[in-house]
Design a protein around this ligand. Structure first.
Ligand SMILES: [Zn+2]
Length: 212
């Protein structure tokens, strides 16, 4: 196994999630800037430049949202796979854990490695579940409530639906918080010599606080 390659990829996923969450938040701020607010600029039904510009921003936000949330999920999927493969063996993970959901993989791998019971009432587990279920809604047509075809046909309506269902869908900031919470919990839960490939969660927590 080429650890160096895996390590690089894993950190890349986290970095991509952060960068795109940042862009999403910047775009969201721009949406509320004064120069984009319309005061009846098109009384004769001509195209309103404000709505046009806002539409463009929303379209970009949609893309940033997808990239950020999907890479957040990808990073946590990659992480638990590597942890399991390293401490329980590649073969064990492939034969016994591959079909499980990501949150279940976390429970089983962490409990097998530590021989302790995982605390599922903790925030890390709630956020991990919400992140993975959002990822599934976004990428699996079968399980989605949200009409992803709207993305290209009517991005504005898509964003509206996204907002309406956002009790079920994770925000990009909470997706980042999921990465940080999982890492914080693992660090407390697993003995030091087993903590492997962890991001510097303090550095990322500082970045997270600045984005908020
Ligand atoms: Zn206008």
């Amino acid at each position: 196994m080429n650890f160096a390659r895996i390590e690089t990829l894993y950190f890349n996923y986290v970095q991509i999630a952060f960068d795109h969450c940042n862009t999403y938040i910047d775009l969201e701020k721009r949406l509320h800037e004064n120069n984009l607010q319309c005061n009846n600029c098109s009384p004769n039904n001509t195209i309103c430049i404000h709505e046009f510009l806002k539409h463009e921003i929303k379209e970009k936000m949609r893309n940033e949202y997808f990239i950020s949330v999907i890479f957040s999920a990808l990073s946590l999927e990659a992480y638990i796979y590597e942890l399991g493969a390293i401490y329980l063996s590649d073969k064990y993970v492939k034969e016994n854990l591959d079909k499980l959901t990501v949150p279940s993989k976390y429970i089983i791998v962490l409990e097998l490695i530590s021989k302790n019971q995982v605390d599922k009432s903790h925030q890390w587990y709630y956020l991990l579940n919400k992140l993975i279920s959002t990822r599934n809604k976004l990428v699996h047509s079968k399980s989605r409530k949200l009409d992803v075809s709207l993305m290209s046909e009517n991005p504005e309506k898509f964003i509206t639906e996204l907002n309406e269902t956002n009790k079920r869908l994770i925000s990009p900031l909470d997706a980042i918080n999921a990465i940080i919470s999982v890492h914080k919990y693992i660090k407390l839960f697993l003995p030091n010599n087993i903590v492997f490939l962890l991001i510097d969660e303090n550095k990322y927590y500082e970045m997270y606080k600045q984005m908020k």
